[in-house]
Write a protein that binds this ligand. Structure first.
Ligand code: F6P
Length: 472
């Protein structure tokens, strides 16, 4: 295959401590680049004064990381502003939280243009370009305007709402149609793909050859469904070792024989953390027999704290956890352990394997890799139970989980009771079904499917997961 150039806002440069950020994108891209070394281009994570913005290249084996700083103004308007105060809430169906400003939009367009200008310096004509995430919706157009005819694919990691919601976005008619400059646009689920296709048909009147193949003036634009997977087998092996680490042993010992429920999420309103705690409250109030016997560990690294909605939510979750601990806690038992510290991947999988149930109850989520990682980390002989929101993309593949409505604390509370008293046989058979799905669609096959579809332009079937790849 020609050289691969991956572009995303965040870039995960390997670090010596192997520390990982919460957030699926970095985890998903690394294994792809291991198979197809090339360039990973994006933000360095550094915010600098405009005059000090630099671009630097870090070489790791055959892999180059080209990193650009963001000027303070760009960081505010592009990242905090348009990407995270406008697109993030709207794409998560939260019109009530969107704060549109024309200035942020122009900052967003400016940074996309800057990314294109920097890419222009390294791109070769036969490079395959794979762009990720909502920060870069108009990047292909900026590259095409600069004369690039490369094959350019885009993967949308988060939800894509129906046109009825998306059209509330001021200027959507300029931004969203710019996406047709990509050759292939990938989504996590059929719902997201169908929403985008409906937008193109309804708002742009674009002619289509079939439900997912559209004809632009000079190119065919294809839409595909590529649910992101995890490193299923590797995570299982890692978890087997991780339970023996001093850290995980300490945590388990500190439970003093109680069962553990785990939740791991970046601090974000889309994750439904406060409602999840309410569900735990409901569970303890309706099932007093479990008081003192179960500990709920919620690991929630802070993110985007400069944005008001995030700061408000942080306070709300702190208060909810405090209230529940005050109501039910005893000198020797804290019902909720709420931790804002980020943990290494090894520590997390060890904790997943030690937890009897995972609460993964986002209000809306593109996929949710925590759900999949939890399943991958389990001991098949004595597995824990996944309680999963029906509004997470992962619910499509994880039918064998206990699927819940995260807006209904009562149903989540009953699912908790069901999970904690589930017989071993049922836990095993549910886990086996989930594990098989995650082994078939692991992270490597996800990357390969996307790249095959991008580099070999053929008609894509509606659901790639069910396709014999030899025919693609
Ligand atoms: O895919 C969702 C995403 O925005 C990723 O881009 C990112 O890795 C993750 O969430 C964390 O968000 P942020 O980069 O804003 O900290």
């Amino acid at each position: 295959m020609a050289r691969l150039v991956v572009v995303s806002n965040r870039v995960a440069v390997p670090s010596r401590d192997g520390g990982s950020r919460a957030g699926g994108l970095a985890v998903a891209i690394r294994p792809v680049l291991r198979r197809h070394p090339g360039i990973w281009f994006g933000w360095s994570g550094r915010v600098a004064a405009a005059a000090d913005v630099t671009v630097r290249t870090i070489q790791h084996g055959h892999q180059s990381y080209v990193l650009t700083d963001l000027a303070e103004e760009d960081y505010q308007e592009y990242y905090n502003g348009y990407a995270n105060r406008v697109l993030w809430p709207i794409l998560h169906y939260r019109l009530d939280l969107a704060e549109f400003s024309r200035r942020d939009l122009s900052g967003y367009m400016r940074v996309n243009q800057r990314f294109a200008t920097e890419l222009n310096k390294v791109l070769q004509p036969d490079d395959i370009v794979w762009v990720h995430d909502y920060h870069l919706l108009p990047l292909a157009k900026a590259l095409r305007d600069g004369g690039h005819r490369n094959r350019i694919g885009f993967f949308h990691h988060i939800p894509f709402p129906p046109p009825e919601i998306l059209t509330a976005l001021p200027n959507h008619e300029h931004l969203i149609p710019a996406m047709i400059h990509y050759d292939l646009i990938g989504f996590q689920t059929e719902i997201d793909a169908a929403n985008f296709a409906r937008y193109l048909r309804r708002e742009c009147g674009m002619p289509s050859r079939d439900p997912y193949t559209f004809q632009a003036a000079d190119r065919t634009v294809r839409i595909g469904i590529f649910p992101v997977g995890v490193e299923t087998a590797q995570l299982n092996r890692l978890a087997r070792r991780a339970v023996h680490s001093p850290f995980v042993r300490d945590v388990v010992e500190s439970l003093a024989g109680r069962v553990m429920i785990i939740g791991v999420d970046r601090l974000d309103y889309s994750k439904g953390i406060a409602l999840r705690m309410e569900a735990f409250d409901r569970f303890l109030s309706t099932h007093p027999e479990w008081r003192g016997k179960v500990t709920y560990l919620q690991i929630t690294p802070k993110s985007r704290s400069e944005i008001r909605e995030y700061a408000d939510m942080e306070r709300q979750i702190d208060e909810t956890a405090g209230r529940i601990n005050g109501r039910y806690g005893e000198a020797s038992w804290t019902p909720i352990r709420y931790v804002n510290r980020a943990h290494s991947r090894t520590a997390l999988v060890g904790l997943y394997r030690s937890a009897r149930a995972a609460l993964v109850t986002p209000l809306r989520d593109g996929m949710n890799l925590v759900a999949k990682e939890y399943v991958a980390a389990q001991d098949a002989e004595d597995p824990g139970v996944l309680i999963l929101s029906r509004f997470a993309g992962a619910a499509v593949e994880c039918e064998a989980a206990l699927l819940v409505n995260p807006y209904d604390p009562e149903s989540v509370g009953s699912a908790l009771e069901q999970a904690l008293s589930m017989p071993l046989e049922e836990r095993r058979s549910r886990h086996d079904a989930l594990f098989q799905v995650l082994k078939t669609n692991d992270i490597e096959s996800w990357g390969e499917r996307f790249l095959i579809a991008l580099t070999r332009p053929v008609n894509l079937p509606n659901w790639l997961g069910q396709t014999d790849l030899s025919t693609v």
